[in-house]
Design a binder for this molecule. Structure first.
Ligand code: GSH
Length: 243
C-alpha cells in the first residue's frame, strides 16, 4: 500500500533507462511521486544535486530519489529502501535480502545490456564503437542473455512457495516489476534473439504477462508517463547487433 510520503525521482527525462525500474515501483504501488526532471526547471534541480549543491549525500549518477531529507542513489539501493514503504516486498529479512540479491543481478544484466552498444566508453557515441559493439553484442545474445534470463527462470521454477509465479516468496514484489522491464526491454532491443530464447523462458514470460495485466501497470503503460523505448536509453534497437 502506498504511504503518504511524497517521493521525488530524479532521472533523465527522455529515456526509460534505469529510472524506469523506480517508476514502475511507484506506479504499481500508486505512490505519490514527482518525476522531477520532466517538470519545468527539473533538469536544473537534478544537476544541482549531482553538482553537490544540495543537502544530503551527493549522488554520482541518476536515478536518485529524495524522500524527506534523504537523497538515495543506486537503483537497487533505492528499491530496497522504498519497496517496504510501498508494500512491494515482505516484512521478513529473508525476503528482503533475496529481493536485493536478485535486484543486484538485474542491475548486472542492465549494465551488460548497456555495454552492447557502449562496449568501450560511456562518453563516446555508439557510432564511434560500432565494431566493438558488434563483438560485444554477439556474445551477449549468444551467451550472457540466455545465462542471465535462464537464471531468473530457474529462480522462478525453484520458488515452490510461490508456485513459480513470483521471484521472491509467495507474493508480487518490486523484483517482479524489474523482471517485467528487462523482458520487454530485451525483446525491444534484440527481437530476433529474444524470439529464439523465449520458448526456454515459460515462467518468466508468464510473469511478464501477469505484470503487464496489473491494473495500475496497464494504466501507466497506456499513459504519457511511460516514455517509449528509443535509441538513447539502455535497451536500443540496432538490428546489426541482433544477429
Ligand atoms: N549503478 C548505478 C548506475 C547509474 C548510471 O549509470 N546512471 C546513468 C544513467 S542510467 C548515468 O546517468 N550515468 C552517468 C555517468 O555514469 O557518468 C545504478 O544502478 O543506478
Amino acid at each position: 500500500m502506498a504511504t503518504r510520503a511524497r517521493y521525488r525521482l530524479y532521472y533523465w527525462p527522455t529515456i526509460q533507462g534505469r529510472g524506469e525500474l523506480i517508476r514502475l515501483a511507484f506506479e504499481d504501488a500508486g505512490a505519490r511521486y514527482v518525476d522531477v526532471a520532466r517538470e519545468p526547471g527539473g533538469m536544473k534541480a537534478m544537476m544541482a544535486f549531482l553538482g553537490g549543491h544540495r543537502p544530503g549525500l551527493t549522488p554520482f549518477a541518476p536515478p536518485f530519489v529524495q524522500v524527506g531529507r534523504l537523497v538515495i542513489a543506486q537503483t537497487a539501493n533505492i528499491l530496497a529502501f522504498v519497496a517496504p514503504r510501498l508494500g512491494l516486498i515482505g516484512d521478513d529479512e529473508p525476503s528482503r535480502v533475496a529481493a536485493h540479491q536478485l535486484q543486484l543481478t538485474i542491475s548486472d544484466l542492465v549494465a551488460e545490456a548497456h555495454d552492447t552498444h557502449h562496449p568501450i566508453a560511456v562518453g563516446l557515441y555508439y557510432e564511434d564503437q560500432k565494431q566493438e559493439a558488434q563483438r560485444r553484442a554477439a556474445d551477449f545474445v549468444a551467451a550472457r542473455m540466455p545465462k542471465l534470463l535462464g537464471y531468473l527462470e530457474r529462480v522462478l521454477a525453484g520458488n515452490r512457495a510461490g508456485k513459480g509465479r513470483f521471484l521472491v516468496g509467495r507474493a508480487h514484489s518490486y523484483v517482479d516489476l524489474s523482471a517485467f522491464q528487462i523482458m520487454v526491454g530485451l525483446e525491444y532491443a534484440f527481437p530476433r534473439a529474444f524470439k529464439r530464447l523465449q520458448p526456454r523462458l515459460p515462467l518468466l514470460g508468464a510473469l511478464r504477462d501477469r505484470v503487464a495485466a496489473r491494473p495500475r501497470i496497464v494504466a501507466y503503460l497506456a499513459s504519457a508517463r511511460r516514455i517509449p523505448f528509443n535509441e538513447d536509453g539502455i535497451f536500443r534497437r540496432y538490428p546489426e547487433l541482433d544477429r
